[in-house]
Write a protein that binds this ligand. Sequence first.
Ligand SMILES: [Zn+2]
Ligand SMILES: [Zn+2]
Length: 451
Amino acid sequence: MEQLMPMQNDLWFLPLGGTGEIGMNLNLYGHDGQWLMVDCGVSFNEPIEAGSERTHELVCADPDFIAQQRSRLAGIVITHAHEDHIGALPFLWRRFQAPVYTTPFTAEILRRKLAQVGLLEDVTIHELPMGSRFSVGPFELQWITLTHSIPEPSGLMIETPAGNVFHTGDWKIDHNPVIGDKFSPAVLSTLRSRDVTAMVCDSTNALKTGHSVSEGDCYEALLEVISQEQGRVVVGCFSSNIARLVSLARIAQATGRYLCLLGRSLQNMVSAAKASGYWPAGLPMVDSAHVGYLPAHEVLAVATGSQGEPRAMLNRMAHGNCFDLTLEKGDLVLFSAMIIPGNEASIERLVASFKAQGIRTLQSHDTELPIHVSGHPYQAELANMYDWVRPQVAIPTHGEAAHMAANARIAKEAHVPRQLTGLNGDLFVLGQEIGVRKKAVTAKRIALARN
Ligand SMILES: [Zn+2]
Ligand SMILES: [Zn+2]
């Protein structure tokens, strides 16, 4: 095993997963003999054929480097509840046994995940309100509330005597996010006075020019489409996008329909949103067991499986195997979700099998309307962020090489003095000297389960 030990004058950033790829984020910060983990997520390998069925292998970053020295791991911080940030923790926690720090909604999701693997009683979860300051070992931390596509997206200000880092996590600038607070430039520009050595930043959409579209505009687009429909409408959507689900529930109310959730992960997420106070009261919902009895024009169902996953609800519906709801000619299946690269073929098969039955489909590329919007910053938003925070160094992450290179270019144009790009396993040195030690740790992915 590699021997690396941060000293008192050191501030290190060591990504084990999520830098050079989109998914399975696992980041370490090192200072004064201790480590801080930021996020612990999963990813999926390319679909593989297993017998007659296509399946996805669930993977995460190999945590061996930190598991081997877990007494030096002061704590684990989770920035938000997306699977690429939280999904590996229930599988890996036994190897760290460190306390977890997160915000209330993310804690609610984490407790449900830990309960499934029998760890709920073992893991100490420190639930910290958004915006709060707290310390973990030698690291002084503060949540910086951002906007994204899930409740409570929190960037992290990390302060040490050796230097300060603003770790953005996933974010966009959304002035109308449907739920949660609007994006606040004022909060971000206060970071400028806190002498940010490095900003470690989301690169997902760094190749896209302009500004991402607001969740509020997505609501308007979905309302426009759904209000013209006469038959059943089924929307494929990610279950963690609570704002999108609230929008759909409001659209149901505005169009005389009832919202129905088809699929366990959707039901679980909405129950977590209710428990955390993110689900507005009084929205018209119907139990999945009753949706089949409603007249077609009163049905607005949301279903899992927008990526064409074989066992999810949309695929079952396409094959007449959804127990609760049978679609008919003229009904509409609307995809309010991105296509995760690698899933194009399975989505195409799903769309084709709906069309073969006369069931209409609507995907993002079929319309000018923003029926899906991204939760990550486009170029103009990245430029704004660099201008507000004014770090000495930009470290692009959460992207493939091309995304990270584009992010670095934007940082340069925004007058950030230095840009450091690297990959998982590279050690970013951010103390008195600044630089990257390539391949300081061997970065690998490990398989967790098949899904
Ligand atoms: Zn992410
Ligand atoms: Zn995210």
